[in-house]
Write a protein that binds this ligand. Sequence first.
Ligand code: DC
Length: 227
Amino acid sequence: MPTMKKKIIIAIDGYSSCGKSTFAKAVAAKLGYIFIDTGAMYRAVTLFAMRNGLTDDPEALAERLPEVRIDFRFDPETGHSDVYLNDENVETEIRRIDVSNRVSGVSSIPAVRAKLVAMQQEMGRRKGVVMDGRDIGTMVFPEAELKIFMTADPRVRAERRYKELIAKGEEVSLAEIERNIRERDRQDETRAVSPLRRAADAVVLDNSGMTVEEQMRWIDLRLAELE
Ligand code: DC
């Protein structure tokens, strides 16, 4: 296992539901780094907007952003960090499909991005972080030592997300999920502010047919190249 003498920033960007969080968490655990799921932060702001009837009013949402406090707290029972919105654990709620359907709209509001990007830069100030999102290698940490751009076949991604949601007892159809994924890809790629794109110096990881173990061997090779 690589030791990585110097702490670095690992930026992981890519399409939704292609296993970024699973991969990023495993990489962070391997290195003893902090894992930061920036999608969870955009989802938490979306939940705040939904609860306050602000999803169709970007200006009103921007004005109320000072009320939004987001942090991650480690849960020793699950071994994972959960996202908190104003001291409430919203980890489960933010994964619901109604939040997924609105998050692209909320994350395209410049004031929302400015607030979250500043928080993310602060979280990574001391390095030793694995951060996953859409604009980490391009906007949040353009100087990250290792940038990974993840992708996978949309059908494979829909099947993975479908299994997760069914296991949680949500009533969804595979077709609905695939539509949601393709629509989010389109919105993420075409939005005016910070569209999803691969940084010129990012390495591509297409994990369509890869197990997590194979992805771990892949990252070992990338880390070894940095030593
Ligand atoms: O990774 P995810 O599917 O949980 O992300 C939810 C949404 O948040 C996604 O549609 C795009 C947006 N997002 C973003 O705009 N910038 C990020 N750094 C992370 C997520």
